[in-house]
Design a protein. Structure first.
Length: 91
């Protein structure tokens, strides 16, 4: 799809579709390069979402080990809340 936009834009410039090619932005009249850039962004975001869904499905259905541990291993009573991040630490 990106090659189609690039080739069409090149053909419209080479065949002199516009009356005055010395304007500030001749490609803004056709907008094909902007459309190709949007298409590339859309495709990359779709690829990223597919990768995230694939990793989630693999972890859920293939029972791969999670390196972060199991749920429920840390209890609130085991956590020392008087650390450096506490608003009034014990000295």
């Amino acid at each position: 799809m990106m090659m189609w936009a690039t080739i069409t834009e090149g053909l419209s410039r080479s065949r002199n579709v516009h009356h005055d090619l010395d304007t500030e932005c001749a490609t803004a009249k056709t907008g094909l390069f902007g459309g190709a850039a949007f298409l590339a962004l859309d495709a990359s975001l779709f690829w990223l979402v597919c990768q995230m869904l694939m990793l989630n499905a693999r972890a859920d259905y293939l029972d791969e080990d999670d390196p972060k541990g199991e749920y429920g291993q840390v209890y609130a009573t085991e956590f020392d809340s008087n650390g450096a991040g506490h608003p009034a630490p014990k000295v």
